[in-house]
Design a protein. Sequence first.
Length: 258
Amino acid sequence: MPVPPPASTVLLISRGGAGVEASLGGIESAILQRAGNRPPQLLRFSLPAGQGRDDREALVRVLTDLAMGGHGRVGVTGLFVVPGHEYHLMRRTLRAACEAVSGIEVQVTPPLLSTCASLEAVVKALLEGLPTERMPGEAVIFVGHGHRAGRCDLHYQALAHALNRMEPDVHLGCLGGGLSFADLKSRLLSQGYRRAFLLPLMMSTAGHARRDMAGPDPDSWQSRLEAEGVTCTPVFKGLGEYPGIAAWIAGQALATLE
């Protein structure tokens, strides 16, 4: 009698736990919809800020339980936008955990902005999900995380260019790196915008989104733009809440199990 193939699991790894629930829910729904009548097991794993030995040991426990339960194939999807520092830390932590567990096969999906095809999917999804209350001539500003040393600038630059080419009133800036707030503010003021919608280009709608993007502190992007006479409306929507982005991530996740 033939031996059935090992059961499969999609492990969704996020950085921290706050503010990612809606993105995780959107991605999980998309995975189940695409999987049809043979859905994989879905698990969530949250990595706290600052990875270390505790993270590896926690992942070892998760993978050990899966292996003992007959789930021999695991597709790992990290909720990361670009292949930056945190993504590579996640891969190293996962690699160390896999070395301690036998009888399990793990495949990892690339981060969201990794290929031309994924870039096109993200641009289409973001533009389809623009705020419905926005009027013609009002700006939309996506706020990414970025890296203070500019290591991910090319990925963000490609997205910024593609968005602005398709919709000239849509802009992208980052909290760190080359797509700075100063340059963005100069461009917005020179084009005469009086109202802007602020949206996080992140999976989470907590932390950076509610503090740096649209917090009450005078250093937040909203406070600084409004000091220049630009009325800001924040929209707290995680990337996994855009159907097109959730569908793309779901396709990548299921591909790791084939």
